[in-house]
Design a binder for this molecule. Structure first.
Ligand code: XMP
Length: 508
């Protein structure tokens, strides 16, 4: 089914909810024409929410011929108002608007809500204008205090609209509306599941790669790991993975990559132990951008050194996800812009390899489910985001092997305590930072002059904004005690209570 995008953040959530209902969804731009829709032959269309008013100049609309295709349509919020406006109803201007929780009152029977749904219940609203008259052929089946038409339905044409947001958790009967629309009104069969994704992708990868070889750069991160495991399932020994170990990974991480891929999955893995080269290159470099640049450039050089010799390699596997393509305009524009993948360090322009991107239809949570289905361990599948330049950006000042070792120990304690407290999946990222200052302390009878460790833990949905995590005091105390007792040279622990903005998640 298609989700027509009138404002990206709504469209993505709707598309994910539809997939939770086991129906494959694709997001398309609102400029899509009726003939393009017809060519895709969707079983249903959802018009997403979007800008505040259908009355403003240049407000996005839908090709009116799409209504004539006979494909069932559900409009949500802005999408509902557009249906009302384009099919001959009225959208009032300058009304009071509703933002947040509101009470929906049902009027009679509905084709989207069965009789078990209470006559009055909470829904989540976010609108300024409101529909006041339904188009010819429609019934108004619910309202709220400030939305006289909160649901409109035309059973014959199978066109429906809801002013509230059924996709958010604050509308407790919202998923029911989406389910009824998709499964019952549009007849979409709930057949989309991870095992069918695997079967489909294996076939596609085999036909793309044929008898040739493919290379995959592993970073230890979720996306490249899942992509590699999936491609390996499809083409076995034709895949070679390259893991450039910068020496800047977290404690135990490199061993885990090698263990999982080489030993458990039997994947051919070139493990380049390049720590020494990175430390030599980073000696005396203290400025954050210079550090990033040094690490990035050396990474590419080493990756090329080790892949250049793989004869007949025709393909490069990348863990590009659906949101990467949406954000870079790949599904909207004509050119498919490939995100310069942090984890592979930005690929050379003259690269002649063809890309294999088996995750490009999937959202992050789906990639995690797929990883589990493919047998990857939880630590890999639920790994927190980790910057490409690794611990190099969590050490202020010069990056030396000794300082990396100190940070690895402190960081391992932070992560172990977060896991022991059962907070791993609530926290977006939790880690330790090593600044280049010293302060006086006292341990036993001795005066110390040591370094502090800063603990950073944040909650976030997408890393664009973040809030410092309200970790329990006793958890912070355990981390602090363990770090000071177990990590030599550390005599103080501080907790960063800055949100983003104004702070960033990482310290550099
Ligand atoms: P900031 O510090 O900008 O980070 O708030 C936002 C998110 O991006 C991650 N990050 C990186 N990821 N390569 C990456 O792959 C990088 O160079 C990089 N720098 C920051 C950071 O961990 C956070 O999740």
């Amino acid at each position: 089914m298609l989700v027509v995008d009138f404002g990206a953040q709504y469209a993505q959530l709707i598309a994910r909810r539809v997939r939770e209902l086991q129906v494959f969804s694709r997001i398309v731009p609102h400029r899509i024409s009726a003939s393009e829709v017809a060519a895709m032959a969707p079983s249903a269309i959802i018009l997403s929410g979007g800008p505040k008013s259908v009355h403003v100049d240049g407000a996005p609309t839908l090709d009116p011929e799409i209504y004539e295709l006979g494909v069932p349509i559900l409009g949500i919020c802005y999408g509902a108002q557009l249906i009302a406006q384009q099919l001959g109803g009225t959208v009032g201007r300058g009304m009071r608007g509703e933002y947040g929780r509101s009470v929906l009152t049902r009027h009679g029977t509905s084709s989207l809500m069965d009789d078990s749904v209470p006559a009055e219940h909470d829904v989540w609203m976010s609108h300024f204008d409101a529909i006041t008259d339904v188009p010819h052929g429609f019934r108004c089946t619910a309202s709220t205090p400030d939305a006289p038409v909160a649901m409109l339905e035309d059973d014959e044409r199978r066109v429906f609209g809801v002013q509230f947001h059924p996709e958010v958790v604050h509308s407790p009967y919202g998923m029911g509306v989406l389910r009824t629309f998709l499964h019952d009104r549009a007849g979409c069969k709930p057949t989309w599941k991870m095992s069918s994704v695997i079967t489909d992708q294996i076939e596609r990868i085999r036909s793309q790669v044929g008898g040739r070889r493919a290379i995959c750069g592993l970073s230890g991160g979720v996306d490249s790991s899942v992509a590699a495991a999936l491609v390996h399932r499809a083409i076995g020994a034709q895949l070679t993975c390259v893991y450039v170990d910068t020496g800047l990974m977290r404690k135990g991480e490199s061993e885990q990559v090698v263990e999982t891929f080489r030993r458990n999955m039997g994947i051919e893995l070139i493990h380049v132990d390049a720590g020494q080269r990175f430390f030599e290159r980073l000696a005396g470099v203290t400025e954050p951008e210079a550090k990033r640049k040094a690490i990035g450039e050396l990474f590419i050089r080493i990756f090329e050194e080790h892949t250049g010799g793989i004869t007949e390699a025709g393909f490069l596997v990348q863990g590009t996800l659906y949101p990467d393509l949406i954000e870079s305009g790949g599904v909207d524009g004509t050119a498919e812009v490939i995100k310069s993948h942090h984890n592979v360090g930005g690929l050379p322009d003259d690269m002649t390899l063809e890309l294999v991107e088996p995750l490009r239809d999937l959202f992050k949570d789906e990639v995690r489910a797929l990883g589990t289905e493919l047998g990857l361990p939880d630590e890999m599948v639920w790994r927190q985001p980790f910057p490409g330049p690794g611990l190099g950006v969590r050490i202020i000042g010069e990056v030396t092997p000794e300082r990396v070792a100190v940070l690895q120990e402190a960081d391992a304690i932070v992560r172990a305590e977060i896991a022991a407290a059962g907070l791993e999946r609530e926290i977006w990222q939790a880690f330790a930072v090593l600044p280049d200052i010293r302060s006086v302390g006292v341990m036993g009878d001795e005066r110390t002059y040591g370094h502090p460790i800063i603990i950073r833990a944040v909650t976030s949905d997408d890393a664009m904004t973040a809030d410092w995590a309200r970790l329990p005091y006793d958890l912070l105390e355990r981390m602090s005690q363990r770090i000071i007792n177990e990590v030599p040279g550390i005599n103080r622990v501080a907790y960063d209570v800055t949100s983003k903005p104004p702070g960033t998640i990482e310290w550099e």
